[in-house]
Design a protein around this ligand. Structure first.
Ligand SMILES: *[C@@H]1O[C@H](CO)[C@@H](O)[C@H](O)[C@H]1NC(C)=O
Ligand SMILES: *[C@@H]1O[C@H](CO)[C@@H](O)[C@H](O)[C@H]1NC(C)=O
Ligand SMILES: *[C@@H]1O[C@H](CO)[C@@H](O)[C@H](O)[C@H]1NC(C)=O
Length: 370
């Protein structure tokens, strides 16, 4: 639809779509699209009365209800992944509302984001992790290829110096998620749709991701599991770069990486105890090298669930880690585009890395044809 004259809303899109709903200090923090003029406000939990004045929802909530966004509170600040403008061109990871300075990702830089679709965000250790999919920049293809990513920022980031990355993240790094089936030609599930939260499983912190193939490919969906320790380790590895617009992307040799290592959290008491005092060289490097060379490996080298050749995709996931009479089984509930819910029992072997799944049943939830 054309929205050149803003008086025109279509199909009820001028309603106030709630896109952020967080529990904070015993109340609720809520943001809505508010007819393409996003606003946020606090409400009491029991009587749903507004507390204080609303604030702008810009960079906290999308304008268009169809745009995906994520939000969470950590260390008293709000961390959001969304778009800041009406046309959804300026994608952002933004921190605001707390005592720390407001920070954002670099604007209009396709190395940082290229048409991202945010899926989830979570706090783990000193970082906030964001899971999303976006158009790849690291392949030399003419056609657009979508890939799935995880990005992270340090919660304690204070932004760059007045010369480089002022009021922007100095710790933003991202890596590709590898959800694939081994074989002669590796088969990738490139589109992330949903993740679980961080789950503690047999001594590991893991996260489950639900992926699909792109619409023009063999229809298929898969659940891959990532070990958070291995995931974090990728951010300690090599950076990826493209030396000139024509060259292919290659890993940055170790001797070309400045010190202290770009993208790290500032350490209290060290020579660089604040990101604002980092050398220009380090800040320039992290500004131009947000992508890691290695992909995040999937636990066990194969997906836990693979469903191909169905005429529908799986796009939603809920994980119950306390299923069964002894509350010690894990069951996945996967929602399909056909309105059904597929249940799988996870079966782990003793070494905790290998696993398989047993299909339990398919439940009709909502049949759009009826
Ligand atoms: C809502 O509460 C949060 C957390 O307590 C606070 O940071 C924020 O400023 C409040 N927002 C509004 C609009 O009152
Ligand atoms: C993804 O993982 C598989 C199996 O672990 C590996 O063979 C493949 O090279 C990886 N792909 C990328 C792009 O890293
Ligand atoms: C769950 O707990 C029951 C009772 O303690 C035990 O017999 C069973 O082996 C456990 N199952 C798994 C998968 O750990």
């Amino acid at each position: 639809h054309s929205r050149e004259n803003t008086g025109g809303c279509f199909n009820g899109e001028c309603r106030n779509f709630i896109k952020v709903l967080l529990s904070q200090h015993g109340g609720l923090f809520v943001c809505g699209t508010n007819a393409f003029n996003p606003l946020c406000a606090n409400y009491t939990r029991d009587t749903l009365e507004m507390v204080g004045e609303p604030v702008s929802g810009m960079a906290r909530c999308p304008y268009d209800p169809r745009h995906a966004n994520v939000a969470l509170f950590a260390d008293g600040s709000l961390f959001t992944g969304t778009v800041t403008d009406f046309l959804a061109i300026d994608a952002v990871i933004y921190r605001s509302l707390g005592d720390s300075p407001a920070l954002r990702t670099v604007k209009h830089d396709s190395k940082w984001f290229r048409e991202p679709y945010f899926v989830s965000s979570m706090e783990w250790g000193p970082h906030i992790y964001f899971f999303f999919r976006e158009m790849a920049m690291e392949f030399h293809h003419l056609e657009k290829v979508m890939v799935s990513r995880v990005a992270r920022v340090c919660k304690a980031d204070l932004g760059g110096s007045q010369r480089v990355l002022e009021k922007q993240w100095t710790t933003f790094l991202k890596a590709r998620l590898n959800c694939s089936v081994p074989g002669d030609s590796h088969f990738y599930f490139n589109l992330l749709h949903a993740t679980s939260g961080i789950i503690h499983m047999q001594g590991r912190d893991v996260i489950l991701g639900l992926f699909s193939t792109p619409p023009n490919s063999i229809p298929g969906s898969a659940v891959c599991v990532f070990d958070m320790q291995q995931l974090a380790h990728v951010f300690e590895g090599r950076f990826k770069e493209q030396k000139s617009p024509e060259s292919i992307w290659t890993p940055v040799p170790d001797e070309a990486v400045p010190k202290p290592r770009p993208g790290g959290c500032a350490v209290q008491g060290s020579r660089f105890s604040s990101s604002t005092t980092l050398p220009d060289e380090v800040l320039n490097f992290v500004k131009t090298h947000p992508l890691m060379d290695e992909t995040v490996p999937l636990l066990g080298h194969r997906p836990w669930v693979v469903k191909t050749m169905g005429r529908y995709q799986l796009t939603a996931m809920v994980v119950d880690t306390e299923a069964g009479p002894h509350k010690n089984r894990t069951v996945l509930f996967l929602g399909s585009t056909r309105g059904t819910i597929l249940k799988f029992l996870m079966v782990q072997s003793g070494d905790s890395v290998s696993h398989s799944s047993v299909f339990l049943e398919e439940v009709e939830g909502f049949n759009p044809e009826k």
